[in-house]
Write a protein that binds this ligand. Sequence first.
Ligand SMILES: [Zn+2]
Length: 263
Amino acid sequence: MPKSPYNFEKNILGLSSPGMTIDRLPEEWIHVSYEESVDPQVKCICNHVIRYVNRYLNTRTQRMINVGTGCIKKFHLGKCKSAKTLLTKLIIGSRGDYDKIFDLIQYSDENWKTFLETIQNSAISEWDNLAGLNEINEIIKAMSENKIEATKISILEDIVSEIQSRLDKKAELAETHRLLTEKMNRERAQRAEEQRIISEARYREEVARLERQREANKIVEEEKRKACLEELGRRENIRDPITLKRLQREADVRAYNAKKATT
Ligand SMILES: [Zn+2]
């Protein structure tokens, strides 16, 4: 690999605001993403090829750079503000074919393009969380406050509204689901109440039927009892000799009449 004419300090100060010094870098550089690069050309601002890429944005000059983990430690960039949860774990693709950072501005522009493309793709495919929205909004805020190029801001704003509309749709779906569930519960309660009224009416009917049955049985029992008493009375009479004679006579008459009728 050709020896680079650049180094970290010279390069990063070249993309910082005038008068910036190495120990004050966290004043204007913010960490915006961590990416694993599949592009063998991705370079740290110091000019080393890196695989694990931390992307930093200068909120004053709007420049964007890559920094490897070695340079982060060495130059204490861990102190920079960070958009942590959203813009991590991106995989960046291949861009450009350059061996050295010939032109810092071009280097920054390329980083910007890759950064925006990557977060646009992620916003379409993966992001639907509020934390992500907040982080992009933070970046937009930092950029707006520092009069960053409008087109870059508008791209980020598009991403924000894309995520926002997805969140809205999700909320709408949840609301629809909630209303549907409520309606179903109401209907279920209503059916249960109807069922309760029906079974109560059936219960009352059954009680009334049993009551009528009991009354009817009582009448039958009473009649039986009367018949029984009558029978007993009749038997008492049979034991009386006068009645016995009368009954015998009557029976004889019936027999005679029957015989006469047949001859
Ligand atoms: Zn480096």
